[in-house]
Design a protein around this ligand. Structure first.
Ligand code: SF4
Length: 695
């Protein structure tokens, strides 16, 4: 400890990494965060993972922070320091010039899923009121947009149905599909492990051996991209063996006949062949899940990041509905959302089709409501999704782009295509903490503030809206000329001609509540009160005295009847062949979060895991003459990278896996931007590559 208690203050806030939403105290000494202490939050109960514990403050005080506005000198290509007036005048005038010349829909603006709800709300408001378009989105597009779309279609609401505590305590079985919570959502992973040690059965469905596989009763090590076949096989067995909840299906769902017709062909023999698993284990898994009283499905990006991701998500809700495991304790369909506020970024309307609270752009009454509240005529046409903005930029249809805190050069599929798109823009502005790979391509960089420097709220994966509180003030440091992100946006709105009054974060939440029925009962005042000290509110929270909604779809689905969506398995868009004989899957590791922009500034985390690697099966490595730890070249039809081989049996023969955190040797130079037809998510989890020894 480098401090004594009496020298410090403690500020209760929410971890800025994953969507578990752990609560902790930032310990502050002399305007500097010196420690993190776990709090007894509703999702973490005094636990933290290594990212939250060690990776939550070095980046705040990093010397790499962007400290003042920067404008790129067109002649030299170098960034030069600018005043706020120079930078904001340039941004406002350029965007308005593009709007006048090419129309509103030639502009787009992405919000940051790491930033508070209030910031995201203001970004989408700026895009809609000033740019005049619905071309706004957030990085859920590349992680859980399939959950938002799939669960909204089948259940009526695209969010986790049950709380974390509820699905990890006193449940009979857990069906964990395409999720590695011990690394991506570690505090959820700890609770699952504990549940299993206390007697809960665990079925892991994952092409890799993840940490929890050791504790699992059944591991279905399916071939990448075969989730729908697996789910149809499970449902075939449930129907054949009369394991379904007939009363629930009859009273609360529609579409059973069509679903039964499709899954009747998915015999255990056929599914075992498609998924490369043993049919007996599939049968055992179907029986275990269907007969357990309390059994949640927990899933993650292994289900969503496919060109058939939305149908994969609908397959999860199909299984739960068939067995009557929705709308009650210890059950449900539970996507573990990725980033700290990716749930909130969707809730706040940073989506091309939805205003805040999933109110549809296509509904004229909704548009009218927002026009009246915001005092301006709004576009009635849905915008384009973030993953469609990049090809549109290459085609010359998108001319100006504003990005608040995202790094698509590192995170999006097919890096070559993303760089080409960003270079095609007439004008590109980014609001950022660090000089990321994406920021380097911008015309103007507006320096942002971190979560520890502002007030606001994050919505975690279980729809719980929790406070983020200001712990340090870096504006006191003469090196910094930074402003609150919402103040920057408000200033820009005014410079673009929209009269946006100055608002605090609490006032912005009041405006959100006034326009968003599912947030109507939420305010900073209420979240700061004794009532929410232990258990912050979960939306829907429809009035000031509404207690929030821990479990959704009790008695009735948000859409009325649940829809059993019949769907066939179709193979992924790019499969291994002679030239590119190996599957590549991508994912996260315990020590870093997304682009490493934050966790990469903690030396201890970088010492443990600081470089890109590729997991290979020992049989493939043997055949290729590659040894564990050797440098290798990995190539797909879209690019080539150099990385380090990790040889073992975590992945099956013919398959490889890479994390996407490391800009050097990043797997996204290889991944395939084949998009899901419903939600436009790219197929990160399946593409074809070859790996060669570097001689
Ligand atoms: Fe932070 Fe997620 Fe770790 Fe909790 S589990 S401490 S929210 S990174």
């Amino acid at each position: 400890k480098e401090y004594r208690e009496w020298q410090t203050k403690k500020v209760r806030t929410t971890c800025p990494h994953c969507a578990t939403g752990c609560q902790y105290d930032l310990v502050v000494k002399d305007n500097k965060i010196v420690d993190v202490i776990a709090a007894d939050g509703p999702s973490n109960h005094g636990k933290l993972c290594v990212k939250g514990r060690s990776g939550s403050f070095d980046f705040v005080h990093s010397p790499d922070r962007i400290k003042y506005p920067l404008i790129k000198n067109k002649k030299t290509g170098e960034f030069e320091r600018a005043s706020w007036d120079e930078a904001l005048d340039l941004v406002a005038s350029k965007f308005m010039e593009i709007k006048k010349k090419y129309g509103s829909d030639s502009l787009a603006g992405f919000a940051c899923s790491r930033s508070p709800n209030e910031d995201v709300y203001m970004v989408q408001k700026m895009v809609r009121t000033c740019f005049g378009t619905n071309n706004t989105d957030n990085c859920a597009r590349v992680c859980h947009s399939a959950s938002v779309a799939g669960l909204a279609m089948t259940l009526g609401s695209g969010a986790m149905t049950n709380p974390i505590y509820d699905i990890t305590h006193d449940v009979d079985a857990i069906l964990l599909v395409g999720s590695n919570p011990e690394e991506a959502h570690p505090v959820v992973g700890m609770q699952i492990r504990q549940a299993v040690q206390n007697g809960t059965k665990l079925i892991v469905v994952d092409p890799r051996d993840i940490g929890l596989t050791k504790y699992a009763d059944i591991h279905l090590k399916i071939e990448p991209g075969t989730n729908i076949a697996f789910a149809n096989g499970m449902m075939h067995i449930m129907i054949e063996e009369n394991l379904i909840d007939k009363k629930f299906v009859e009273e609360r769902t529609e579409g059973f006949e069509e679903l039964a017709e499709i899954v009747k062909d998915y015999t255990p023999e056929k599914v075992a062949k498609i998924c490369h698993i043993e049919k007996e284990r599939l049968i055992e898994a179907a029986r275990m899940y269907a007969t357990a009283n309390k059994a949640p499905i927990i899933y993650c990006l292994g289900v969503t990041e496919h060109s058939e991701g939305t149908r994969g998500v609908m397959s999860m809700s199909n299984m739960a509905m068939l067995c009557g495991k929705l709308g009650r304790e210890g059950c449900g369909v539970n996507p573990l959302r990725g980033q700290n506020n990716v749930q909130g970024a969707c809730d706040m309307g940073a989506m091309p089709t939805d205003f805040p609270g999933y109110q549809k752009v296509k509904n004229p009454d909704v548009v009218k409501k927002f026009e009246e509240a915001w005092g301006v005529e709004l576009s009635k046409e849905p915008g384009i999704h973030a993953t469609d903005v990049f090809p549109a930029a290459i085609e010359g249809k998108i001319k100006g782009l504003y990005i608040y805190g995202e790094d698509p050069v590192v995170t999006d599929a097919d890096t070559t295509h993303i760089i080409k798109a960003l270079k095609s823009l007439d004008f590109f502005v980014i609001q950022e903490l660090f000089m990321t790979e994406t920021a380097q391509l911008a015309d103007v960089i507006l320096p942002g503030m971190s979560y520890a420097e502002k007030e606001g709220t994050f919505s975690n994966t279980e729809r719980r809206v929790q406070r983020v509180r200001k712990a340090v003030d870096l504006t006191q440091n003469p090196e910094f000329d930074i402003r609150l992100d919402t103040d920057i946006i408000i200033d820009l709105m005014n410079r673009m001609g929209y009269p946006q009054k100055q608002m605090t974060s609490a006032e912005i939440m009041d405006e959100i509540a006034s326009l968003t029925p599912s947030f109507a009962g939420i305010s900073h005042e209420r979240l700061d009160s004794e009532e929410c000290a232990k258990n912050a509110l979960q939306w829907p929270c429809t009035s000031k005295d509404h207690p929030g909604t821990p479990i959704m779809h009790v008695g009735k689905f948000s859409r009325g009847l649940g829809w059993l969506y019949p769907t066939e398995y179709t193979p992924s868009k790019e499969l291994p062949d002679e030239e590119y004989p190996l599957f590549l899957m991508t994912g996260r590791i315990l020590y870093h979060y997304t682009t490493r922009a934050m966790t990469g500034r903690t030396p201890g985390l970088m010492e443990i895991e600081g470089k890109s690697f590729i997991e290979m099966n020992e049989q493939d490595a043997d055949r290729l003459g590659i040894k564990d730890g050797e440098l290798v070249k990995a190539s797909s039809r879209r690019g080539t990278i150099q990385t380090t081989a990790r040889v073992g049996t975590k992945v099956s023969p013919g398959e490889t896996w890479m994390p996407f955190h490391f800009p050097d040797g990043n797997c996204n130079w290889l991944t395939n931007a084949a998009l899901d037809p419903f939600c436009r998510i790219p197929e990160y989890k399946v593409c074809a590559i070859k790996v060669e020894k570097i001689k």
